[in-house]
Design a protein around this ligand. Structure first.
Ligand code: CMP
Length: 143
């Protein structure tokens, strides 16, 4: 197993409902370490850029509206197989299909307001991390 980095977002519904600590605890207690974190409020342009891969999808406009509706927390998680581990901890995109005990099963409001985002592959992780963080904003983990 290799050490990886992945981008995680706590979406507006999670921040609004005071779930930041709860969500971060899920990652930390499963062996992922936060090596960069900030709270930001995306502009429309920033949200459109981040989700550009979905721009032809019917839900794109609504997704951008939602992602700009309030602050989010962006964080970089590091650990063994961090990309797949993060996705396991989050659960399926659609909370109705998410496994018991996952963040989305327990906390998501809907398919759109699904509380968290996580990179899906090494290439997207690199792109998504660079979208929000410069290398100097990421600390060297102690573990
Ligand atoms: P996320 O993992 O951030 O990736 C794209 C987001 O679009 C997804 O989570 C949901 O918040 C949102 N979304 C809304 N409708 C859909 C859909 N039908 N399929 C996938 N994602 C959707």
């Amino acid at each position: 197993m290799a050490k990886e980095r992945t981008l995680s977002i706590i979406k507006p519904d999670g921040v609004r409902r005071n779930l930041v600590g709860t969500v971060v605890n899920r990652f930390e207690s499963n062996g992922l370490q936060v090596i960069g974190m900030k709270m930001i409020h995306l502009s429309q342009k920033e949200a459109e850029g981040f989700y550009a891969v979905h721009k032809e999808r019917p839900f794109f406009g609504s997704l951008v509206d939602y992602m700009t509706s309030g602050p989010i927390v962006v964080q970089v998680l590091e650990g063994e197989s961090a990309i797949s581990k993060n996705r396991e901890i989050m659960g399926a995109t659609n909370p109705e299909q998410a496994a018991e005990g996952t963040i989305r099963k327990e906390f998501a409001v809907s398919l759109e307001q699904n509380t968290v985002h996580g990179s899906d592959a090494p290439e997207t992780a690199a792109t998504e991390i660079a979208y929000f963080f410069s290398e100097t904003e990421l600390v060297n983990p102690v573990l």
